[in-house]
Design a protein around this ligand. Structure first.
Ligand code: MN
Length: 199
């Protein structure tokens, strides 16, 4: 198999009480596993098997829609697990904080903008903090799209992302997506975000 479901970097219950263990288990072992399997099914026996995931996403409009949906799902969730940590929360520092202040005015202004993007994405999708050629930008994408894709409105490197599909929060929060978004701020792994910002 070309792509492999990555292990979670922590236990299923590690993000309690903000993200519950059952949600994490189903999200990783069923949803992420499903995207991975369907991505492999879509590329098997084709030239696509030889490309890294970023290359597939960059030219995704050239490939079957299954690559867009499942390649996005595979990649987005791989990042999502790393965007969170039981030692997360608090605030970024250093160059990342300076860049956030420069692009959004303050960390609080950024936080409001990101939370609003996550809350107002209609239906299923993701909110993103993106490193672009003209600084940091907050955006959102539908379904399993992301900002590496040639079809994306805003293009750049996603350095933070929040899954707002109902499968990410429904067991604990039901229809209260804003509560889930608030909880996310307690588990953000700013060290990893800073790593992607510098990389
Ligand atoms: Mn998901």
């Amino acid at each position: 198999m070309a792509f492999k479901l990555p292990d979670l970097p922590y236990d299923y219950n590690a993000l309690e009480p903000y993200i519950d263990a059952k949600t994490m288990e189903i999200h990783h072992s069923k949803h992420h596993a499903g995207y991975t399997e369907k991505l492999n099914n879509a590329i098997i026996g084709t030239d696509m098997e030889n490309f890294p995931i970023e290359a597939l996403l960059k030219d995704v409009s050239k490939y079957p829609v299954a690559v867009r949906n499942n390649g996005g799902g595979f990649y987005n969730h791989d990042l999502f697990w790393k965007f969170m940590s039981p030692d997360g929360g608090s605030q970024p520092s250093g160059e990342l904080l300076e860049a956030i202040n420069e692009s959004f005015g303050s960390f609080d202004d950024f936080r409001k903008l990101f939370s609003t993007a996550a809350a107002t994405r209609f239906g299923s999708g993701w909110a993103w903090l993106v490193k672009t050629n003209s600084g940091l930008v907050v955006t959102s994408t539908p379904n399993q799209d992301n900002t590496l894709m040639d079809v994306a409105e805003v293009k750049g490197t996603p350095i933070l992302g929040l899954d707002v599909w109902e499968h990410a929060y429904y067991l604990k929060y039901q229809n209260r997506r804003p509560e889930y978004i608030e909880a996310f701020w307690n588990v953000i792994n700013w060290d990893f975000v800073a790593e992607r910002f510098s990389g």
